[in-house]
Design a protein. Structure first.
Length: 346
């Protein structure tokens, strides 16, 4: 955006790209450019907030007197931008960035605003479940997991409340598919991926297609991508390709990271097996606990960090405990319905 940027120009750019968005999906590469455009001038971010809010409000309460002016303002800006484009002025990159900003802001705002009140699907300890949603998307729930689903005419908003779920998304570019978990939002249109909530992190495994992974943000601010560490601060989802996992720590002090995964192994829980490949013992224990009423506990951080590899039948807690205890010389202490694993030297 040039130095002559003013609020009206910024609004026109945002509205023009909202029009472009309704014609079809935009590429993920443009999302990085979005960040640059938002930072280029204060009017840009303000415009995204104003136009997206106007669109959202218009869709939910079009007849409220207080919203009619906002919708008219946004539509007028769109019309002005369209006329300028038709007179030979190209939309160009700034318009593209503005539209994507408005798009993502609209998606995320709607996700947090509308997720409540939907239907919740749950599984108990040791139970797995497959649900076909209204649009044909398929939801596979791991044991001891829960997902809240809220669909309407404009969005498909889901929230992972606990555990792990795999999503095979039916394509519908007009209704983005969002999964909120651990303070992040995964945005997709037609793809296959899983999201898992663990004690210390959130994991996204991509099986096919592509997704955006965004940080939680206030409803009146444009969303920001989860970034990889380093000077370039690249959005993590640009590097998230099929057969790759994005691990996002629960706190902000530790950076997100990417790992290559074996797709068949990573989805083995859907067939009743737990496959670990150099997983920290603490993470493996969290997954094993989804399948047994006998709770495994690890109180020693060094023990929890020990790497675990191998294939175990889901629900065979004793087999898992015996294997790990033998491998690392751990002691098993039983307390009521719990088993504590600790170094034998204690």
């Amino acid at each position: 955006m040039s130095a002559e940027t003013d609020p009206q120009t910024a609004r026109e750019q945002a509205a023009a790209w909202l029009m472009r968005l309704h014609e079809g999906p935009v590429g993920l590469e443009e999302e990085l450019e979005l960040e640059l455009w938002l930072e280029a001038h204060p009017a840009n971010r303000e415009a995204m907030t104003r136009v997206a809010r106007a669109w959202r409000m218009a869709g939910e309460a079009a007849d409220l007197p207080g919203l009619i002016a906002a919708r008219a303002d946004a539509l007028k800006a769109m019309g002005d931008a369209g006329r300028r484009a038709s007179q030979g002025r190209q939309l160009g990159l700034p318009y593209a960035l503005a539209a994507l900003a408005a798009c993502l802001l609209l998606i995320v705002t709607a996700t947090f605003y509308f997720y409540s009140g939907g239907e919740t699907y749950r599984t108990g300890v040791g139970e797995r479940r497959v649900i076909v949603l209204d649009d044909g998307s398929q939801l596979s729930l791991d044991a001891a997991s829960a997902v809240e689903v809220r669909y309407d005419g404009e969005r498909r908003a889901l929230r992972l409340l606990a555990g792990r779920a795999r999503f095979e998304v039916a394509k519908d570019p007009r209704r983005p598919f969002t999964v909120t978990a651990g303070g992040r939002v995964v945005v997709a249109t037609g793809t296959a991926f899983s999201v898992e909530l663990l004690h210390a992190e959130m994991r996204v495994v991509l099986y096919e297609g592509s997704v955006s992974v965004l940080e939680d943000s206030p409803a009146d601010q444009a969303p920001r991508h989860v970034l990889l560490p380093g000077k370039s601060r690249i959005p993590a989802d640009r590097m998230l390709t099929p057969s790759t996992a994005l691990i996002v720590p629960a706190g902000s002090s530790v950076a997100a990271r990417l790992e290559t995964v074996d797709v068949a192994r990573s989805a083995s829980w859907e067939q009743g097996q737990l496959v670990f490949s150099d997983e920290p013992l603490g993470v493996a224990v969290e997954r094993v606990n989804r399948y047994s009423d006998a709770r495994l506990l690890i109180e020693d951080p060094a023990t929890a960090a020990l790497p675990v590899s191998g294939t175990f039948n889901a629900g065979d807690t004793e087999g898992f405990v015996d294997g790990v205890a033998t491998l690392y010389g751990l002691r098993k202490l039983r307390h009521n319905n719990s088993i504590v694993l600790e170094p034998a030297a204690r």
